[in-house]
Every structure is written in C-alpha cells, then in structure tokens.
Design a protein around this ligand. Structure first.
Ligand SMILES: Nc1ncnc2c1ncn2[C@@H]1O[C@H](COP(=O)(O)OP(=O)(O)OP(=O)(O)O)[C@@H](O)[C@H]1O
Length: 352
C-alpha cells in the first residue's frame, strides 16, 4: 500500500473517489439535520435568521477545521437556509485574479460562493477578494504594462463561505472581512453514533446501537470516516453475516480492514510499535523512526503523527518522539522499568 497518498487509507480524513460519489446522498440538508457542532450551529442559525428577517444577504462566513468535519455540508446548508444557489470552487483552482473575476462577475444576487481551501489561493486573487467582499466591486485590469487600465466592475451582493483547515494561515486582512467565523471541532463518539444511525437509515442498512457505537469509536472524531467505515461494515454484514450490523459484526469487519478499537490503522500501529519495541518508548528522532517503519519522514510526520498526538499516544519533544503511558497500554505492552534492560524506556519516557 502506498501510504504517501493519504487517501489510500480507510481512515484518511480527505475524500476519496467513492466518498465523493456517495456523500451527496448522506449530507444533511438543513441545520436541524446537521449533527453536533452545537456552538457553530446556534451562532450560524442566528446569523442566517437575522439576515433573512432583514431581507439581506448573509454575512461572509469562515469555517475552519480538519477535513471531513462538514464544512462543505454546512456551506450547502447556508445556501439552502437562505434559499440561494451555491457555487463551489477552491483556492487551488483560482490561480489568477482573472479566474476569480470570472466567477464573481457571474454570481447571482444573494448567491453563496463556497471557496474551499481558501488559504491556498494565489496572492493577486486574494487581494481582489478583499475588495469584492467589502465593497462588492472588483477592478478588472485590462492590458499590460504602462498601458494597463483598471475597469471597475460592480458585483451583486453575495455570501462568501470560506473553508480552511488552517485558519492561522489566513492573512489578517482576509480573516477580518468575514462577519462570522465558525471553528469546527472533532465530534464526540455519541455525535458520530447519531451520524452513523442517520446514514444507515439513508443507506437502508439495519444497525443496532452497539454496532453504531463500535464504528463511532473507530472513526477518529470525523463524520466522513464514520460514513466510510459504515459502508465497509455494511459490505461485510451483507456478505458474511445476515446483513444486520451488530457490535460483533462491526468489530470483526473493521479488524479485516485493520482499523483497531481506537481508530488506529496499520501505519499508526507500525509507528507506535517501532517507537515502543525498538526504542523503548523514545525519545527517538523522526528520521530514525521513519527508517524503522520503512516510510518517508513526511509520511510519518504528516500522515500518522497528527492523530497519534491528538489521541495522547505520542508526544513531539525537542529531543525526539516519545510514547506516552497510554501508548504502552494501547498496545498491551509494559514500559521498561527505570534502570532496567530496555533501551532507556522509562528515562526516555519522562526525562524530556
Ligand atoms: N454534522 C454532520 N452531520 C451529519 N453528517 C455529516 C456532518 N458533517 C459531515 N457529515 C458527513 O460527512 C461527509 C463529509 O462532510 P464534508 O464534505 O462537508 O466535509 P468537509 O469538512 O467539507 O471536508 P473537506 O475539508 O475534505 O472538504 C459528508 O458525507 C457529510 O454527509
């Protein structure tokens, strides 16, 4: 398996081809159906209701959070709640200011423009967006060099919904132009259970509460992963069981896909195992750890570690990577005692 491409993993937070095909059917259509994210939902509800009462276009909205937490879904809900059409594009698709000008000038009044990965837009496009957001106007530059002229173009009022995984990367002038910023959090297991029950209903799969809880616990706080695991478990239930998803069916199916009880996959466990078994829990340098698992540094650092750190299983310290007591417990291993025969385990564990 090629771990360099994160989308090959069943627990990858980014969408793969199959997700894209089925996600449309699973997306909640209004705020009432949208599970969790209470704060963002309540705040957004107020923003949208107030705009509707005033008969105005809603303020620009910035949604920040990890992939698969529902930013695209929320942007569609915003459009639906405002009774407005939606146009979907992304930062990397807008390389030139002209690309953005073409999109902006073709928007209808009140339309929602969803700009995914807004932090990856080119600089000139970003600067054009400042004026468009604030004054609903852009200057289209015609010609080149000294003869170039700026032709002002009025735009209809629109709502920009920007999505980013890294709100901190946005330049302040852009961030400040959003009337409302919603931070999407990882979902609690109970919330993912609700997502799973809802999706199972839409997919016409029978699932019991323990089955949903089993899948939720392995979904890494992310609805997209929950929906993907549900589909794989459904296959298993259909082929190897009687079609009903119980705790046993879910657990056995996800064992087949090498997703453990806490949502770690083969790569995550390989990293942890190397750290514990070969280096006594660390500290060990990233490069050494990567060689030990036969992966690139970047793969370990960007693909495996973020979840291990979030789960409190691994710590990044100035002296290297260190396993936490929870990591030993998760793999059912006993940390070497201080001064024991391990490779400095306990000392490494707490000495940094
Ligand atoms: N709160 C939620 N309730 C129910 N389903 C959800 C929720 N959030 C997300 N989903 C489901 O998870 C899937 C992924 O959601 P979505 O595409 O909106 O994520 P995203 O944050 O935009 O991801 P990306 O950043 O990769 O574009 C969708 O199928 C959607 O149905």
């Amino acid at each position: 398996m090629n771990w360099d491409d994160d989308t090959d993993r069943i627990v990858a937070p980014a969408a793969d081809g199959e997700d894209t095909a089925v996600e449309a059917a699973l997306r909640p259509k209004d705020l009432g159906e949208f599970v969790g994210q209470e704060k963002v939902r309540q705040q957004l509800d107020l923003v949208l209701k107030a705009a509707r009462q005033r008969g105005a276009t809603a303020d620009h909205v910035l949604l920040s959070g990890a992939p698969g937490l529902g930013k695209t879904t929320l942007s569609m809900i915003i459009a639906a709640e405002m009774g407005a059409p939606i146009r979907i594009t992304s930062g990397p698709a807008i390389q030139h200011a002209g690309d953005l000008a073409a999109i902006l000038s073709s928007l209808q009044e009140g339309e929602v423009l969803f700009l995914d990965e807004i932090h990856r837009m080119s600089r000139p496009a970003e600067e054009m967006l400042y004026m468009a957001m604030e004054d609903f106007r852009v200057d289209v530059i015609v010609g080149k060099g000294p003869g170039a002229t700026a032709i002002p173009l009025e735009l209809p009022p629109f709502t920009l919904v920007g999505a980013t995984t890294r709100a901190g990367l946005l330049p302040p002038p852009l961030r400040d132009r959003f009337g409302f910023t919603g931070h999407m959090e990882f979902y609690a297991p109970e919330e993912l259970e609700r997502v799973i029950h809802r999706s199972a209903g839409l997919l016409d799969v029978e699932i019991d509460p323990a089955g949903a809880a089993e899948i939720a616990g392995r979904s890494r706080g992310t609805p997209r992963i929950a929906n993907r695991l549900l589909r794989r478990v459904r296959d298993y239930a259909q082929v190897r069981a009687d079609g009903v998803i119980t705790r046993e069916v879910a657990a056995t199916a996800l064992q087949v896909y090498e997703v453990d009880g806490r949502g770690l996959d083969r790569l995550d466990r390989a990293v942890l195992e190397a750290l514990l078994k070969l280096f006594g829990g660390g500290p060990v340098g990233l490069s050494t750890l990567a060689v030990a698992v036969g992966e690139e540094r970047e793969t370990v650092e960007e693909v495996a570690e973020p979840f291990l750190v979030r789960e409190g299983l691994l710590a990044r310290t100035p002296r290297g990577r260190v396993a936490t007591p929870a990591a030993w417990a998760h793999l059912g291993l006993v940390p070497p005692q201080h001064g024991g025969t391990g490779s400095g385990g306990q000392q490494g564990l707490f000495g940094v």
